[in-house]
Structure formats: structure tokens, C-alpha cells
Design a protein around this ligand. Structure first.
Ligand code: 4NP
Length: 154
């Protein structure tokens, strides 16, 4: 199974989501491939934001080597699940879909958490370090929910 995490810049939210799912899947003995991408091209080729790297590291997740890339329509062929962080990401990804099967792969990541108060992962880019910790924790929760969802699927 292949999973793609998508945000705007691919330097804050989606690389943290990629790192968390990679780690948690490994810990749970689940074999999946995880990648991330941004709908924008502003940060292509860059490592994650230093605040994202530091926050993930605090929780034992190393994302320092990830490199930002832009989402492309071919990703629909490569991935089984495409998780977007907010509705704007959703619209931008859906715009590149070419079939219902493509569209069905795309979901808001927080929609996996039963009765969670937020639909969108807030963009921590403009805030302080505490925003990154909050984002990390909600991504962690969504990741647990995803692993629960796929636990009987082989
Ligand atoms: P991300 O955060 O989408 O979580 O990676 C952002 C990073 C950079 C920008 C916006 C959001 N930016 O405008 O450069």
C-alpha cells in the first residue's frame, strides 16, 4: 500500500505526517510506503522547516532528510490513499484528478479521527513553535486512526 501526504509547501505539515506514519507503521509491523508533496512549488528541493524538524525530533521522528516536491497528476497512479491537510489542498488535488477512482483516493487527514473538532490541519508556518506541537499531535491521532482503519486490510 502506498500513501501520500499533501499540504501546500511540503515543508511543515505533510513531511511531519509522512514521518509519523512511516515510524508508526514500522512500530506496528505494517508494511506501507509513505511519501509527501505540496500543491505549491515555492519550496521544491528544500528540507522541512527547521521548526517541523525540531518538533518531530522531540517526539522521536526524524524528518531532516526529506526533500520537498510538488504534487503531480501522476501521483494518482502511484498512491492508494492521498491525505490532504486542508480544504484548499483538497481543491487543488481534486482539480488534477481524471476519474472517480482518482477522486475517491483523496481525503482530509483529520476526517479519519472520529468526532474530532477540526476538519483542517492548521498551517503552522506563520505561528510559533507551539503551533507545530499541536499540529504534530493531531497528525499523530489521525495516523493512529489510519492504522486502525487498515489493520484488517492486507
Ligand atoms: P505547509 O506550510 O503547507 O504545512 O508546508 C507552509 C509552508 C510554506 C508556505 C505556506 C505554508 N509558504 O507560503 O511559503
Amino acid at each position: 500500500m502506498r500513501v501520500l501526504m499533501v499540504c501546500l509547501g511540503n515543508i511543515c505539515r505533510s513531511p511531519m505526517a509522512e514521518g509519523i506514519l512511516t515510524n508508526s507503521a514500522k512500530e506496528n509491523g505494517v508494511s506501507i510506503e509513505v511519501d509527501s508533496a505540496g500543491t505549491g512549488n515555492y519550496h521544491v528541493g528544500e528540507n522541512p522547516d527547521p521548526r517541523a524538524i525540531a518538533t518531530a525530533k522531540k517526539f522521536g521522528v526524524d524528518i531532516s532528510d526529506l526533500i520537498a516536491r510538488q504534487f503531480k497528476k501522476e501521483d494518482f497512479q502511484q498512491f492508494d490513499h492521498i491525505f490532504v491537510m486542508d480544504k484548499s489542498n483538497y481543491d487543488n488535488v481534486i482539480r488534477l484528478a481524471q476519474s472517480n477512482s482518482d477522486r475517491q483516493k483523496v481525503r482530509l487527514y483529520l476526517s479519519l479521527i472520529p468526532s474530532f473538532p477540526l476538519e483542517e490541519v492548521p498551517d503552522p508556518w506563520f505561528g510559533g513553535p507551539e503551533g507545530f506541537v499541536e499540529v504534530f499531535q493531531m497528525l499523530n491521532k489521525a495516523t493512529d486512526a489510519f492504522l486502525e482503519e487498515i489493520k484488517d486490510v492486507k
